[in-house]
Design a protein around this ligand. Structure first.
Ligand code: ADP
Length: 194
């Protein structure tokens, strides 16, 4: 298997680039944000619990998200690899992911981190909010809260993968295709080496 994490703050372009990457490399796209929004749309108990956190810009509790990832694995047993998007978002989630992959005799090949300035991020999110129907993208206060959560809880995840020498920073500003090319270059280099 070949597994990648697409890492970066809210609005850094993970969703856009994920769609292109999964198509090119034949990976399963595992976006915890998308899975949670589907649970909300289906009005499941998990969705109802998650919504109260998401509307405030807070993280959904680790055990809820980890359980959801575990069942996604169960539903995609023959996958040739996964692209993780928006997960792991805490060190506890990263440790749990390492364990789940270990059970499948596989691991993370690379963590590709999209780097974008905060000013540009807020602009992109408020713009997305106009059309996406995502309530967490229409309120600047909720957006700022998500950045604060990202700094406090998610940046330590970068350290976790830096220690494992898996972390690769990619410039996340420029055209969609320029960023996609930069991501593919890193991925192809890694695939050639393995
Ligand atoms: P963005 O990256 O733009 O914030 P996402 O779709 O990845 O958007 O996430 C939206 C919201 O869903 C987050 O603000 C958070 O409340 C919740 N969420 C998504 N993934 C996770 C996760 N791995 N752990 C905890 N909460 C999550």
């Amino acid at each position: 298997m070949f597994n990648l994490i697409l890492f970066g703050p809210p609005g850094s372009g993970k969703g856009t680039q994920s769609d292109k990457l999964v198509e090119k490399y034949g990976l399963k796209h595992l976006s915890t944000g998308n899975l949670l929004r589907q649970e909300i749309a289906d009005k499941t108990p998990l969705g109802i619990e998650a919504k109260s956190f998401m509307d405030k810009g807070q993280l959904v509790p680790d055990e809820v998200v980890i359980g959801m990832v575990d069942s996604y694995f169960d539903q995609h047993k023959g996958a040739k690899g996964f692209l993780f998007d928006g997960f792991p978002r805490t060190v506890a989630q990263a440790v749990a992911l390492d364990k789940l992959l270990d059970l499948k005799n596989t691991s993370i090949a690379s963590v590709l981190a999209l780097e974008v300035s905060e000013e540009e991020l807020v602009k992109r999110l408020l713009n997305r909010g106009k059309t996406s129907g995502r309530s967490d993208d229409t309120n600047e206060e909720v957006i700022r809260k998500r950045f604060a959560v990202y700094i406090n809880e998610t940046t330590p995840v970068a350290e976790h993968y830096k220690k494992a020498k898996k972390f690769i920073a990619i410039k996340g500003e420029g055209s969609v295709n320029e960023i996609f090319s930069a991501l593919c270059k890193s991925i192809d280099k890694k695939m050639d080496r393995d």
